[in-house]
Design a protein around this ligand. Structure first.
Ligand code: 4D8
Length: 255
């Protein structure tokens, strides 16, 4: 690929990131003063476990839906087979949500924008998975500390999604060809920004993302043992299709 080709690829990935980001950086700066009060935090903590899980599943699915839109506009993604598109989203969409969480994370007080205001990890107490929530917040803090530009976040998100090592891919070579271009775009941006040292640091974050996502699946399996009906009847179909292995809903075929 020529350098204009790479420039164009960077530009379109950045554009799809911007168009599917819900909040832009400027808006987020303005929202920072909106923090849940002590009473509001208590109200979340006093929710029943299944009610809080359902709320989180709904909020998470909203965020995933924007990631699906982002993926669709990565050059080359839609040319992959339907099954491979779904396989990449099943394993990568939660990872990209966690990358996006770092944009919305306030390092000064370790809070994140959730359900309308900024919330600390203690707000999620009734989920009964404090270790998982603590790891998610630690990860966000670490990624936020790298102070990525929006363009770098966009390219890193694409790199996380287009991964030829994901399980169940039918045409791995084709995914690898798209991957190579995204890698070139990613290194191009870091080189241009004179921040090549970020390359190594971001590849380290990829391993952390993988752990967090297996922890999410593990917690979900545990929750489902106790509340199978909540998962079956009240969780969003897209959430089930992505994260519950033996599900028969196929909402993503509308890709
Ligand atoms: O832009 O869509 O408004 C987290 C979810 C972020 C999970 C969302 C969440 C985000 C993960 C809800 C529950 C990250 C933004 C808001 C909702 C990502 C935790 C906090 C999006 C960025 C911040 C702001 C719980 C949005 C990790 C895990 C899920 C369970 C079902 C228990």
């Amino acid at each position: 690929p020529t350098s204009t080709h790479i420039e164009e690829l960077c530009a379109s990935i950045f554009r799809s990131h911007r168009e599917t980001s819900q909040y832009c950086v400027e808006e987020l700066q303005i929202l920072r003063w909106k923090i849940f009060s002590r009473e509001e935090v208590l109200a979340y903590q006093n929710k029943s476990m299944d009610e809080m899980w359902q709320l989180c599943a709904v909020r998470l699915t909203d965020a995933v839906q924007y990631v699906v839109e982002f993926a669709k506009h990565i050059p080359g993604f839609r040319q992959l087979g339907q099954n491979d598109q779904i396989a990449l989203l099943k394993s990568g969409s939660m990872e990209v949500v966690l990358v996006r969480m770092s944009r919305i994370f306030n390092m000064e007080n370790s809070t994140v924008f959730f359900d309308g205001k900024f919330a600390g990890p203690e707000l999620f107490k009734s989920l009964a998975c404090g270790d998982f929530i603590a790891s998610v917040f630690d990860f966000s803090h670490g990624l936020c500390a790298l102070r990525l530009t929006e363009q770098q976040v966009a390219l890193f998100s694409a790199l996380v999604l287009i991964n030829a090592d994901r399980p169940c891919l039918e045409d791995r070579d084709r995914v690898l060809r798209v991957r190579k271009d995204v890698e070139l775009a990613f290194t191009h941006i870091l080189h241009r920004d004179n921040q090549e040292s970020l390359l190594h640091k971001l590849y380290q974050k990829v391993a952390l993302l993988k752990n967090l996502c297996s922890l999410h699946i593990e917690k979900l399996r545990w929750f489902r043992q106790y509340y199978p009906v909540t998962v079956h009847s009240l969780f969003p179909p897209l959430y089930k299709e992505l994260f519950v292995s033996d599900t028969d809903t196929h909402t993503m075929v509308t890709l």
